[in-house]
Design a protein around this ligand. Structure first.
Ligand code: PLP
Length: 396
């Protein structure tokens, strides 16, 4: 199937067929891993034409590589974007994007609850380069709008956020940024293009840690950015020179994983919803944070901008941290591990994982209870997961 025909297809079909046909080799039904650093030519004229961008082709794999290009094309199609470029990790996608579009004297507005690594770039690295960073209370839309109105080059957003799944109204905030001529970047890792499409809501760049749901098996790291041709060309140019390129072997693993993206995410949405609903009624649970629950303050906005609520949720246990340990140490069907988006359930307390460096007071300010546990559902049968959770909760 030609890529130009993919736009009219649904997400599950795009995940399987998008980009693939460009690189079928001698009838192969899967894309080859092109482990070649450099690409040779029969004559200098052809080589020159490719080198100056007059003809399509590859020169050197830090710049472009055929297997990597198929991965980029597939994500581009899933996000309905004009263009996409890839990176060695999600953090490379984020830091390269910030470095490409922000320079000394620029101002970026974002929120306090961004991914841990992103937040360190905002607080530690950007200010060193003379870039002003303003981090707002995450769901205070009035504050974000007021800060944007003061003038900024970029509004950087993430929704749902980690670890309490706060929800930001993308349409509303994107509008406020565009009114002052600022560009909007959205980290769509938690939602995936199955549940949320920020470009359709007006965002300029959408980013992913492909390490999570896109790859989907916790066995490969990567990052990707989508947007219009002009912005992605600038971003590609920064990455090709600075060198955080995705490798062909990894691109193949991500491609293999992403073909089941829709199946996995739909199952993970369903699993998270069922487990969240179950725990909300449980006597040993204090609070459940999941945008799919009516009790979640972001439920209404999430319902309007997402087609599914995602596979991650968090909950706090009654009592103290000893209870958290008793519960987690008793689980059999979940890895006590960081990360999310894998086929197997991953679980851990932010106090030990994402917010280990924050003080108790700082966690409190971010609305993170000391007994909070974040759970990223896998694709297991939810009956088994619920039984495992119930058994472990009995240990408390
Ligand atoms: C994991 C993650 C990242 C960073 O991705 P890496 O591939 O680990 O570099 C960025 N944003 C979000 C929301 C993430 O969950």
């Amino acid at each position: 199937m030609k890529n130009s025909k993919m736009n009219s297809k649904k997400q599950g079909t795009k995940a399987v067929w998008g980009g693939q046909s460009e690189l079928f080799y001698q009838g192969a039904t899967q894309v080859p891993i092109v482990n070649s650093v450099t690409f040779g030519y029969d004559n200098v004229d052809d080589w020159f034409d490719v080198a100056i961008g007059k003809k399509e082709g590859h020169i050197y794999s830090r710049n472009t590589n055929p297997t990597v290009a198929v991965f980029e094309e597939k994500v581009r199609i899933l996000e309905n974007a004009e263009a996409a470029t890839s990176f060695s990790t999600g953090m490379a996608a984020i830091s390269n994007t910030l470095s490409t579009f922000l320079a000394q004297g620029d101002r970026v507005v974002s929120v306090k609850d961004t991914y841990g690594g992103t937040s360190i770039v905002f607080l530690e690295f950007l200010p060193k380069n003379g870039i002003e960073v303003t981090l707002c209370e995450t769901t205070n839309h009035e504050e974000i709008e007021a800060e944007v109105k003061k003038g900024c080059k970029m509004l950087y957003l993430e929704t749902p956020t980690n670890p309490t799944l706060k929800i930001l109204d993308l349409k509303r905030l994107i509008k406020s940024a565009h009114e002052v001529g600022a560009m909007v970047v959205v980290d769509n890792t938690f939602a995936t293009p199955i549940n949320q499409q920020p470009l359709e809501l007006g965002a300029d760049i959408v980013l992913h840690s492909a390490t999570k749901y896109l790859g989907g098996h916790s066995d490969a790291m990567g990052g990707v950015a989508c947007g219009n041709k002009d912005l992605i060309q600038q971003l590609f140019h920064y990455r090709e020179i600075n060198g955080a390129s995705l490798h062909a072997n990894t691109a193949y693993m991500l491609l293999r994983g992403i073909q089941t993206l829709e199946l996995r995410v739909l199952r993970q949405n369903e699993n998270a919803m069922k487990l969240a609903q179950h725990l909300e009624k449980h006597e040993k649970i204090e609070q459940v944070f999941y945008p799919g629950l009516k009790s979640h303050p972001g439920h209404k906005i999430a319902s309007s901008q997402m087609t599914g609520f995602g596979g991650v949720f968090s909950f706090s246990i009654k009592g103290d941290f000893e209870n958290v340990k008793l519960f987690l140490n008793s689980l059999e069907l979940a890895h006590l591990a960081a990360s999310l988006g894998s086929v197997s359930t991953l679980i851990g307390p932010p106090k030990v994982t994402s917010h280990v460096e924050a003080t108790e007071e700082e966690r409190k300010q971010l609305g993170i209870p000391e007994t909070l546990i974040r759970c990223a559902l896998g694709i297991e049968n939810i009956e088994d997961i619920i039984a495992d959770f119930d058994k472990a909760l009995l240990k408390i």
